[in-house]
Design a protein around this ligand. Structure first.
Ligand SMILES: C[S@@+](CC[C@H](N)C(=O)[O-])C[C@H]1O[C@@H](n2cnc3c(N)ncnc32)[C@H](O)[C@@H]1O
Length: 206
C-alpha cells in the first residue's frame, strides 16, 4: 500500500491508522469480554446463546402466590418473560382477570401455550409472542413475572429499568435481581423444596 504523506513531519495516514488501531485494539478487546463471555456461557449451557434460562415450569401454587404478591388487578397487563407452556399467563387471565402476554423463544413451547390458550377460550385475554425477551418492548406491562436465572436477570434489568413505569411490579421466582431492593421476599414450599419469591416495585427498587 502506498504511503500518503501528511504534513512536514512525514507522519503519514497509514502509519497513523496503524498506530491508532494498535492503541485501541486492547481496549476494544477488553470491552467485548463480558458480552463474549456471556454469549459463550449461554451457548455452552443451552446450545443457543439466545437461550438464557432452561425450561422448568413454576409449580401452580408458586404462580398463584407470585400473582397475589404482585396484587394483580382485573384489567392490568401481566408479562411473563420466558412463558414456557403458558401456566403463568393462563393463571393471570383466569384467576386474576388480567390481560397477559407471554414471551417465549422456543417455537415448540409457543405452540403448546397457544394450544392451551385456544382450548380455554382465552384468545381475547392472552397473547403469546414468539421472541427473545431481551428485544421486547415492556412498556405496556403493569406486572412482569420471571423464573430465569440470576445471570439472566442481570441481562434483563436494564430493559426493565428502561421500560417499566413507576409503580409497575416485577416478581421473580427463586432468583433475585442483583442491585435491586425487594419490596417483599416470601418462602413457599412446593414440589418438595422451599421456593423464594422476590417482589420489586419500580420507583422503590434501588
Ligand atoms: C424456567 S422457564 C419458566 C417458564 C414459566 N415462566 C414458568 O414460570 O412456569 C424459562 C423459560 O424461558 C425461556 N427462555 C429462555 N431464554 C429466553 C429468551 N431469551 N427469550 C424468551 N424466552 C426465553 C425458556 O424457553 C423457558 O421456557
Amino acid at each position: 500500500m502506498g504511503d500518503v504523506y501528511y504534513g512536514e513531519r512525514g507522519f503519514n495516514v497509514s502509519m497513523r491508522a496503524t498506530l491508532t488501531l494498535r492503541l485501541l485494539a486492547p481496549a476494544v478487546f477488553l470491552l467485548s469480554i463480558p458480552s463474549m463471555y456471556g454469549q459463550a456461557m449461554y451457548a455452552q449451557r443451552f446450545g443457543d446463546p439466545n437461550i438464557i434460562a432452561p425450561d422448568f415450569p413454576s409449580p401452580q401454587e408458586v404462580i398463584e402466590r407470585m400473582l397475589q404478591l404482585a396484587k394483580v388487578r382485573p384489567g392490568e397487563t401481566v408479562y411473563d418473560l420466558g412463558s414456557g407452556e403458558g401456566r403463568i399467563v393462563i393463571t393471570a387471565a383466569r384467576q386474576f382477570k388480567a390481560r397477559a402476554v407471554g414471551v417465549e423463544l422456543s417455537p415448540e413451547l409457543c405452540r403448546v401455550a397457544n394450544g392451551r390458550v385456544r382450548a380455554l377460550g382465552l384468545e381475547g385475554q392472552v397473547k403469546i409472542v414468539h421472541a427473545n425477551m431481551l428485544k421486547v418492548d415492556l412498556r405496556p406491562a403493569d406486572v412482569v413475572t420471571i423464573y430465569l436465572l440470576t445471570s439472566a436477570n442481570d441481562l434483563l434489568r436494564p430493559n426493565l429499568e428502561r421500560d417499566l413505569r413507576p409503580g409497575a411490579r416485577v416478581v421473580s421466582h427463586d432468583f433475585e435481581i442483583r442491585g435491586w431492593k425487594p419490596a417483599a421476599v416470601e418462602q413457599v414450599e412446593a414440589e418438595g423444596r422451599p421456593r423464594t419469591i422476590y417482589l420489586y416495585q419500580m420507583g422503590t427498587e434501588k
